[in-house]
Design a protein around this ligand. Structure first.
Ligand code: NAP
Length: 249
């Protein structure tokens, strides 16, 4: 296990930051991607290093191909190998009905959440697939319970982007199953992170808590533990599966 290298997109905050910390504590060397919050990314790296782990922060917009290429080149330069990718970076937008959504909004949503995950998966497969001379590896894609529920009246565009992620997991898993790569997904429910405030609803969790099956939101650590388990050898015969970590939602 020692020496394996992992890239976590959107590793500066929320679920990605917890995933980076937990993976590092299990011996992964971690590249912590961020798009704008360098202070938070540096803090995650500092925490990992303080715990005796190895990590570095790497800026890049997953929805911009040049940024993705530069990000993977930085991982190549620093670690010289890649064994895992967590396709975690993702965005929501303001609460809106479909009949209110602009083209600009739809294109941004699909570019970051879908195209970003495809681009990172592409670069990871090029490095990890035995077909390309790699040693194998694992990709974990962050979906959402929204992919099943559709998020009517909130953000059907976001839900649809996560539906696409579920299909990416299914299809890519089969495409590379014989090349040493497992591809899995995780569908979080409502989790306590900044993402709700970024969509203009800082009190969203308070509003929906009573309606959640377990009467509480999830913690980022509860998603990270599922992700890191899927990355591990304990999940060695799991591929193409997306795990609901949504408290029954
Ligand atoms: P968050 O707290 O809002 O953090 C988002 C992270 O993604 C940050 O590290 C951010 O970087 C990064 N990011 C955003 N846009 C990016 C881009 N274009 N390129 C690279 N990085 C980018 O989000 P979260 O709640 O942890 O969510 C993580 C994943 O879980 C997302 O895919 C989300 O859809 C999914 N999810 C979350 C929930 C939930 O309730 N929280 C539920 C279901 C699914 P900066 O720090 O630089 O801004």
């Amino acid at each position: 296990m020692s020496g394996k290298a992992l890239l976590v997109t959107g590793g500066s905050r929320g679920i990605g930051a917890e995933t980076a910390r937990l993976a590092a504590s299990r011996g992964w060397r971690v590249a912590v991607n961020y798009v704008s919050d360098q202070v938070s990314a540096d803090a995650v790296v500092a925490e990992i290093e303080a715990g005796g782990g190895e990590a570095f922060a790497v800026q890049g917009d997953v929805g911009a191909e040049a940024d993705v290429l530069a990000m993977f080149a930085a991982v190549d330069a620093r670690f010289g190998r890649l064994d895992g990718l967590v396709n975690n970076a993702g965005i929501v937008d303001r609460k809106a009905r479909v009949d209110e959504m602009s083209v600009a909004r739809l294109e941004r949503m699909m570019r970051v959440n879908i195209v970003g995950s495809f681009l990172c998966a592409r670069e990871a497969v090029k490095r990890m697939s035995t077909r390309h001379g790699g040693q194998g590896g694992v990709i974990v894609n962050l979906s959402s319970a929204a992919a099943r529920l559709g998020s009517p009246g909130w953000y059907v565009d976001y839900a649809a982007s996560k539906g696409a992620i579920d299909t990416l997991t299914t299809g890519l898993a089969l495409e590379v199953a014989g090349e040493g790569i497992r591809v899995c997904g995780v569908r979080p429910g409502i989790i306590a992170t900044d993402i709700h405030a970024s969509g203009g609803e800082p009190d969203r969790i308070e509003k929906v808590r009573a309606g959640l099956p377990m009467k509480r939101e999830g913690r980022p650590e509860e998603i990270a533990s599922a992700i890191v388990w899927l990355l591990s050898g304990e999940a060695s015969y799991i591929t193409g599966a997306t795990l609901d970590v949504s408290g029954g939602r």
